[in-house]
Write a protein that binds this ligand. Structure first.
Ligand SMILES: [Zn+2]
Length: 388
């Protein structure tokens, strides 16, 4: 276990001046961003309505309430126009205001909220545009609220450096959700059908739902711990994972930055214990929700006080240390649900109330998504030269 290093001087992180990036009342940028966001999301929603086979997720289609969506779309489109006009006419915010207005006008021209529903023929290949719209709104509202109520770095602007880059990763990861599910869910049954044990699955199903959830979290975390650690400690795998670590500002979007090879490995391998345990579908759904929340939460710019529970569950403080460049924290805190695995396998680092001084990789990576995706193939690097 990595104990708090008595010889190491923990320091406070210094946030660069982000005054120009902050959204303050009286500039027209807040209304501009609201307009642009609602306008683009409305347009995407209308496109989903027009091309449901290609742009919507089969599992989500089953739960949509069309009449409710119609009302929300109507409100969103009118709000985009009004906020856009306010931002553009009152404050001259062309780019933001006009983005919102033009997107909404196109959405109107395509039929807006008046379109009729129709039967959908399922297709193998689809882009998860509806998932992108819903998760951006849901996660954005929830985590921005948490970050504003309990900020770790109050001076870090929402639109911090690399916001656009991480947003691009967020968009990509949602658009390819169909492909990720196809590969991720298909891998375990194809490769591990031989290991299914009826007694294990029977025992699992006999447990209460909450106990099934805890078993799933422990088992998934055990696998994730070792996959994660291998990505850190095997020299040629590190550059794939370094993409996730090169983020120098932690917030709700920072976790989205992952190399697609890493994403596919993680999704596929974490399904193995879930598949073998054979839980009740409700327990599995519950696990997916808890895991998705915890994953975004532990990257967020927040310091919710957890007291002693921070030694039981992985928290933002614990996972921020994993992203730290501070010496004693290199190659520590691999778990994403319970610190228990790091304690058992001697990679635990949680020095009291200290937080990291700096985030990111010791050696810088390219600053574009294309450059970062190419990085493992172009960079001839040895683990010894890249110690985190
Ligand atoms: Zn890592």
């Amino acid at each position: 276990m990595t104990e708090p290093d008595s010889g190491y001087e923990y320091g406070e992180r210094q946030i660069e001046d982000m005054t120009k990036r902050e959204l303050r009342p009286g500039q027209g940028r807040i209304s501009g961003f609201i307009s642009a966001t609602l306008g683009v999301l409305s347009l995407l929603t209308v496109l989903c309505w027009l091309f449901p086979e290609q742009l919507t997720t089969p599992e989500l289609r089953e739960i949509y309430d069309i009449e409710l969506l119609r009302i929300l779309l109507k409100v969103s489109m009118w709000a985009a126009i009004l906020f856009g006009l306010f931002s553009f006419v009152r404050y001259g915010q062309r780019r933001l205001g006009l983005t919102g207005i033009v997107s909404t006008v196109i959405a109107f021209a395509l039929g807006g909220w008046t379109m009729e529903g129709r039967s959908v023929h399922p297709t193998e290949v689809f882009a998860g545009v509806d998932w992108l719209v819903l998760d951006f709104l849901g996660s954005g509202i929830l985590f921005l609220a948490i970050e504003k109520l309990f900020p770790k770095y109050p001076d870090q602007a929402v639109l911090r450096p690399d916001f656009k880059l991480d947003l691009s990763y967020f968009v990509l990861n949602h658009l390819i959700v169909g492909f990720l599910l196809l590969v991720g869910n298909g891998f375990a049954p194809a490769a591990f059908a031989w290991a299914v044990n009826a007694n294990v699955q029977e025992f699992m199903l006999s447990l209460p739902l909450a106990a099934q959830l805890v078993v799933l979290m422990l088992a998934a975390d055990f696998v994730q711990y070792w996959v994660h650690r291998i990505f850190h400690e095997v020299g040629w795998l590190w550059p794939f994972h370094a993409v996730h670590h090169c983020a120098e500002h932690m917030d709700w979007l920072a976790g989205s930055r992952t190399h697609i090879v890493q994403t596919l490995c993680d999704r596929s391998l974490v399904m193995v214990p879930l598949f073998l345990l054979g839980p009740h579908p409700r327990a599995l759904n519950l696990y997916v929700v808890v895991a998705a929340f915890q994953f975004v939460f532990i990257h967020a710019n927040t310091r919710v006080p957890f007291g002693p529970l921070k030694y039981v569950f992985v928290t933002p403080q614990f996972h921020h240390w994993h992203h730290s460049k501070d010496d004693p924290a290199i190659d520590t805190n691999y778990a994403v649900h319970f610190p228990l695995w790091d304690v058992l396998f001697r990679s635990f680092h949680l020095p009291g109330d200290h937080w990291p001084k700096e985030y990111g990789t010791v050696s810088p990576l390219p600053d574009t998504m294309a450059g970062q995706f190419a990085y493992p193939f172009t960079k001839k690097l040895r683990k010894s030269a890249e110690p985190d």
